[in-house]
Design a protein around this ligand. Structure first.
Ligand SMILES: [Zn+2]
Length: 477
């Protein structure tokens, strides 16, 4: 009897082994063969259909396609009753020597303001602005192009110093923000993304008459949108990080307010991020250490994902950011130049959010081939792929995977690892994370079964513009 039981157990284990193991082994083999025979468009279709864990480095206001901004800004019924004007003429109404880096730059074309701001301008200044709905065809195209990097000479300075200024008062309308959220969720449903952890601001929003929203009222609009039928129908799970602009004089105060807010609203609000260009020294990481230590002495911790290492020079920003208590590092581009920290991060719990397209377009990476991502991935530094400011690159998460597979020859197991990491390192509650990991596993298995059965993959009909200029063959077949 004992021997029979052992034999049965052996048989069971053996047969379980044959039943459980093969599909991922076969899928690895299948994918290796597929990479050799697939055209660029077929590879893109595959990556589009693949269940993707999530996008966990995503700035909501940078993730609005130009057309989405236009649609909601010109629809006052949907946008909370706001009307917008944009600058179409640069007359020198205020003479020479004006502040071109402040909130009302005189020379910046397509600087967009609300009717409330417009009414306070002199008649000369008013004559420089045109109602968004009255733009000519050429002006409208100029407006759309002014908030995305669409020309070879546009890069880091265009992005950091003009895009956000141009968005102007539209950034202060919470209805536009919640609309961009829904558009992102609907777009992510189409490319099979399960989770979005997006960076937003709940302070500084204004009603059409210029009156300030409270952070609580702004947050309620975000939650209302998340709980709307249209958002629930996407089946994309969303959580929010609050973004602190790191180099502002009152960043510590903002940090304290964000910490308190999240402590009281942990259902959807799950983390804090420090944003803004890292080459502005006023936002150096250790500036926030005393404030964070004070806050950690007062309440349970709030999760931190912090931009660090998005830099041309070698520095210790990533190590310093880990000392702040960060669980995740945004970009980590120069980690490769800090060997002690790189060693520490191998097989650690700290994940690097990789943004290949952002690093290329903002000129941190000279080419995709020069990016340290494969070195991190293949030496055990936890990584995932994310989009950063996809509206301003006109791209999506599939584009990131396409760039990675086509340049670094990723295996199926590596794709699964990247997708799993996005959820495993998310800031959701433990229970929600487990549920979503389970869903990813199930959907991935269904995807594998279809591929192994040679079920055809649907063609992607519409692409965003980045991939069509980066890899024209993806769009031309
Ligand atoms: Zn970012």
């Amino acid at each position: 009897m004992f021997i029979r039981t052992i034999a049965l157990l052996c048989l069971l284990t053996f047969s379980l082994h044959i039943v459980a193991a093969p599909s991922s082994t076969y899928m690895n083999e299948w994918f290796t063969a597929f990479k050799q025979r697939a055209t660029p468009a077929q590879m893109y279709n595959f990556l589009h259909a693949m269940p993707k864990g999530g996008d966990i480095h995503h700035h909501l206001s940078g993730a609005g396609m130009s057309e989405w901004w236009w649609d909601i800004a010109t629809n006052s019924k949907q946008n909370g009753g706001y009307t917008y004007y944009t600058k179409t003429k640069p007359t020198l109404c205020n003479g020479y020597g004006t502040n071109e880096f402040g909130f009302n730059p005189q020379l910046l074309m397509f600087h967009t303001i609300s009717a409330f701001t417009y009414e306070q301008l002199s008649s000369c200044e008013k004559s420089n602005y045109t109602l968004l709905t009255n733009l000519s065809k050429t002006q409208k195209q100029g407006f759309l192009n002014s908030i995305r990097l669409d020309k070879p000479h546009e890069g880091r300075d265009e992005f950091f110093q003009t895009h956000w200024q141009r968005l102007g008062d539209m950034l202060l309308n919470p209805h536009i923000q919640t609309h961009l959220l829904l558009k992102n969720m609907q777009a992510y449903q189409k490319e099979n993304v399960l989770y979005l952890e997006t960076q937003i601001q709940v302070t500084g929003m204004r009603f059409p008459d210029g009156f300030a929203y409270t952070p609580k009222a702004t947050a309620e609009l975000f939650v209302e949108m998340l709980e709307s039928d249209a958002a629930v129908d996407t089946n994309v799970q969303v959580r929010f990080q609050l973004a602190i602009v790191r180099f502002l004089p009152n960043a510590e105060q903002q940090l304290e307010e964000a910490w308190t807010f999240i402590n009281e609203n942990r259902d959807y609000f799950v983390g804090i991020n420090f944003v803004g260009r890292e080459d502005n020294d006023r936002g150096y990481p250790l500036r926030f250490l005393p404030t964070l230590r004070k806050l950690r002495a007062q309440s349970p911790p709030v999760s931190l994902s912090v931009h660090a290492g998005e830099s041309d020079e070698p520095n210790t920003h990533i190590r310093d950011t880990l000392l702040l208590g960060a669980d995740r590092i945004g970009h980590g581009y120069n980690l490769i130049e800090d060997p002690d920290t790189l060693l520490m991060m191998r097989n650690s719990p700290y994940l690097v959010e990789i943004n290949l397209i952002s690093n290329l377009l903002l000129e941190y990476a000279e080419s995709i081939d020069a990016h340290p991502f494969p070195e991190y991935l293949r030496t055990g530094v936890p990584v995932t792929l994310s989009t950063d400011d996809r509206g301003m690159w006109s791209s999506n998460l599939t584009d990131e995977f396409y760039v990675a597979v086509s340049h670094f020859n990723l295996s199926w197991d590596e794709l699964v690892e990247l997708n799993t990491n996005a959820i495993a390192h998310s800031f959701m509650s433990d229970e929600d994370r487990e549920t979503l990991l389970h869903r990813l596993k199930k959907e991935t298995q269904r995807f594998i079964d279809k591929r192994l059965n040679n079920t055809p993959i649907a063609d992607v009909k519409q692409h965003y513009t980045f991939i069509c200029s980066f890899a024209p063959a993806v769009c031309s077949e």
